[in-house]
Design a protein around this ligand. Structure first.
Ligand code: PLP
Length: 444
């Protein structure tokens, strides 16, 4: 597969022109990558107005992911999600709706909430078993749609979630489409799903659009992500996608990240699938060994190891400390969970080392208690109105009955414990305290 962006930038660096353009380092090395860090010079194309090397590279990515259109983001899935939600708002208008309503799993990343504040769409929350894990089923979606007086423009789901749970997107897509509702997927954690022996990517399973962080699960630099649009996405999505991305994006995309995405295409077109299949086999063995040994594992995502360690006598924090003593750093931990993200970059030997480390830990008396579940809070005002209201910061115990106004109070993986505009009740306070949050902003 061609790598036109990498080829262009390498040739440019080798030519060593006098750089009378940004960035200010002029290609002179401090970190070692500056020669390859260019801006949109002649021939380097323009992200979101692509006609040359970026277009060719994005088309390569589109072919690999089986999409109608794929656009690059050098600002993570956060950018792609905002653009995708903006497209949903435009589509709602095109359908003659006054407001755009999105039905979203309550475990959404905070980007959904900040997008609602920016774009002023309404959210109907779909609740699941806990804050981080919603496991929205096809039945949940069917029941929700059946009781709607007016159908939402889109159902928005996070799959995989932070704990490695995926939902039945194929069944949910069928229900959504039968009702004329779009299915939008936050697939930040699932770019690699396309390349499994059995393709489990949201676009393959029927989503209209998905946002994937290449950097989370594929060999790409931090910040690399995609907006994928499927063949069945509304024409408006395809026509307006570049404009939607550029509405929220920096006008200075990183060419290091663009090269990373470009080089990734060649890797994905090469041995990646074979390496991923090997990793999945190693992971199956690792998970089976840990389960047999008594560890409680969660999730169905093949490259994520999610442990609920309390049943084995450890909090997630204690377990993370013990792993850190062995020079093993995990993606995420809190009291209840520890999440390790494995990739094709890990060797079979490293997985064996991980197994030995876990099996060497003595079992202790189980720790009782689990994370409180946030309430289905009453909404006092829109997310946008609450976010733009005058605010005051109060100790959490003084917030009962007040309207939540913070954008940023999330439990660690950026899932909002409470959402702007909601009335804070006792259960929400207990939940915020559980995650160590001592103060929050409320509408004055
Ligand atoms: C579920 C989910 N969605 C979206 C994002 C944002 O992705 P990015 O960091 O690529 O902007 C994250 C980040 O952790 C996430 O966990």
């Amino acid at each position: 597969m061609t790598t036109p962006i990498c080829d262009f930038v390498r040739a440019y660096a080798e030519k060593a022109p006098m750089r009378l353009h940004m960035p200010g380092h002029k290609g002179i090395s401090s970190l070692g990558v500056e020669a390859l860090d260019i801006t949109e010079v002649t021939g380097a194309d323009v992200l979101y107005g692509a006609r040359g090397v970026i277009r060719e590279s994005q088309e390569n990515a589109s072919r690999l992911f089986g999409t109608a259109k794929t656009l690059y983001s050098t600002e993570g899935s956060s950018l792609s999600l905002r653009a995708m939600l903006y497209l949903a708002c435009l589509y709602a208008k095109e359908q003659g709706r006054e407001t755009c309503r999105i039905a979203a799993g309550r475990n959404a990343h905070k980007t959904l909430v900040s997008a609602a504040a920016l774009l002023d769409f309404e959210i109907d929350w779909l609740y699941g078993e806990s804050l981080l894990c919603c496991k929205i089923t096809a039945e949940t979606v069917r029941a929700y749609l059946e009781q709607c007086e007016e159908l939402p423009t889109a159902v928005y789901l996070t799959s995989p979630d932070y704990l490695g749970n995926t939902v039945d997107l194929a069944a949910i897509a069928e229900i959504c489409h039968a009702n004329g509702v779009l299915l939008l997927v936050d697939n930040a954690h699932g770019a690699y799903l396309k390349f499994l022996p059995e393709d489990r990517h949201p676009i393959t399973l029927g989503a209209d659009a998905s946002c994937d962080s290449a950097h989370k699960t594929l060999p790409a630099l931090t910040g690399c992500a995609y907006l994928h649009l499927s063949e069945r996405a509304p024409k408006l999505f395809l026509d307006e996608a570049e404009g939607a991305m550029s509405l929220f994006a920096s006008t200075s995309p990183s060419y290091l990240l663009l090269q990373s995405l470009d080089a990734l295409n060649a890797r994905l077109d090469g041995d990646f699938q074979k390496d991923l299949a090997r990793l999945c086999d190693d992971m199956k063995r690792l998970c089976a060994n840990l389960s047999e040994h008594g560890w409680t594992l969660l999730g169905d995502e093949p490259t994520k190891l999610t442990i609920a360690p309390k049943s084995y006598g450890y909090t997630g924090e204690e377990l993370a400390d013990l792993l850190a003593e062995k020079n093993i750093e995990c993606e995420f931990y809190d009291r209840d969970f520890l999440v390790a993200m494995l990739s094709t970059a890990h060797s079979s030997d490293e997985l064996a080392r991980l197994k030995e480390t876990f099996l060497a830990l003595p079992r202790r008396a189980a720790i009782c208690g689990s994370a409180p579940i946030p309430s289905r809070a009453e909404r006092a005002m829109s997310i946008r109105k609450a976010m733009l209201s005058p605010k005051e910061r109060l100790p959490i115990e003084n917030c009962l009955g007040r309207v939540f106004a913070s954008m940023s109070v999330s439990c660690p993986p950026a899932v909002p414990v409470a959402v702007c505009g909601e009335v804070i009740d006792g259960q929400t306070i207990a939940c915020l305290q559980y995650y160590g949050i001592t103060q929050c902003e409320v509408v004055k």
